[in-house]
Design a protein around this ligand. Structure first.
Ligand SMILES: Nc1ncnc2c1ncn2[C@@H]1O[C@H](COP(=O)(O)OP(=O)(O)O)[C@@H](O)[C@H]1O
Ligand SMILES: [Mg+2]
Length: 314
């Protein structure tokens, strides 16, 4: 079709640059073990490897998974003499004030300050939320430009989005989490008129149980229209995702540091899935902020972790 509209020169918006605040990508849901930290880490490294400056925030003070993932990465660089890009990382400890109102006020002020700093210094800020309802988790959701909710490919996990009739697949009512996202959307629109793009990422897809998978697809599609999210292709169930944690590596590193051993087709496919997720996020066009190419392995301090079990052993 011919475009007869006057040429205003405004068809493609100018790419965002270093003076524009960073795009905030929040990984959240109210379910442990669904892939928030794995997704946060992979998206962070994917953006770093595209040359962007990334700030990351770990809000999960019970697990500190993203923080430990990055600590493991810093240790690998030191011990193995390899160089990998690092984000500027902050692990956020909640206020220990006994009074709830005082604690929330302190969290709000501190979170606001951290986010303001990272947004002004980075191209993207990636926030990893805990798998439970917390005040800072809700606060972060209210600042999300992109909210990514990983969903294990099982009907048990659908509960997190809505109550679904097990027999008919009919949606009974949105979940508490969906209502929280709705509130966050309203808050964000009221604050500065901006929108929150909610993306549900189906994770740990298996090639088995084809019937169950199709049924999930159908119900998730219905929910998407009803609750207002987009569906992104997630990662397949792959042992490699668990193995990479201990060395702090992602699928975007194994080839780049020459660590893929015998090239495996499944590794190439896994890397493609990560890139697929990044594309599905539909991030704004940005010019990467120039930054030091030196890996920033000093930014990570070891947080006060309770117990020493591997974060992947949940
Ligand atoms: N696609 C996947 N295939 C295999 N294991 C996965 C996949 N995604 C996540 N995992 C593993 O599942 C566990 C929980 O993932 P994690 O990202 O920590 O979840 P969350 O942050 O939501 O609690 C981790 O051991 C992680 O390595
Ligand atoms: Mg986590």
């Amino acid at each position: 079709m011919t475009d007869h509209s006057p040429d205003t020169g405004a068809r493609a918006p100018a790419p965002l640059g270093q003076d524009d605040p960073a795009t905030v990508i929040v990984f959240g849901n109210e379910k442990g073990g669904s892939g928030k930290s794995t997704g946060s880490m992979h998206v962070t490294v994917a953006l770093l490897r595209l040359g962007f400056k990334v700030g990351s925030i770990d809000l999960d003070m019970r697990q500190w998974t993203l923080t430990r993932y990055l600590s493991n990465r810093a240790a690998s660089m030191k011990n193995e003499g390899i160089s990998m890009p690092m984000p500027v990382h902050v692990f956020f400890s909640r206020s220990d004030k006994p009074n709830r109102q005082d604690a929330e006020a302190e969290d709000r002020t501190r979170f606001g300050a951290v986010l303001k700093k990272l947004r002004s210094e980075s191209d993207f800020v990636v926030i990893d939320c805990p798998g439970t309802d917390t005040y800072v988790g809700r606060l972060a959701t209210g600042y999300a430009d992109k909210l990514v909710t990983p969903l294990n490919d099982s009907f048990v996990d659908l509960d997190m989005l809505a109550n679904v009739d097990g027999r008919t697949g009919e949606i009974i009512k949105p979940s508490v989490y969906s209502e929280m996202v709705w509130e966050a959307r309203k808050q964000k629109a009221a604050r500065d008129g901006s929108s929150l793009d909610w993306i549900v990422m189906r994770n740990r897809l298996s090639s088995l149980a084809a019937r169950n998978k199709l049924e999930m697809e159908r119900v998730v599609g219905l929910l998407a229209k009803r609750i207002g999210f987009r569906v992104a292709p997630g990662f397949s169930e792959r042992v490699i995702f668990r193995e990479l944690f201990l060395r702090g590596l992602t699928m975007l590193d194994v080839f780049e540091i020459g660590d893929s051993g015998k090239p495996q087709l499944s590794h190439v496919a896994a890397r493609q899935e990560v890139r697929g997720l990044l594309n599905a996020l539909q991030l704004p066009n940005r010019i990467p902020t120039p930054h030091s190419s030196q890996p920033n392995d000093e930014a990570i301090e070891t947080p006060p972790v309770i117990g020493d079990e591997g974060a992947e052993q949940k």
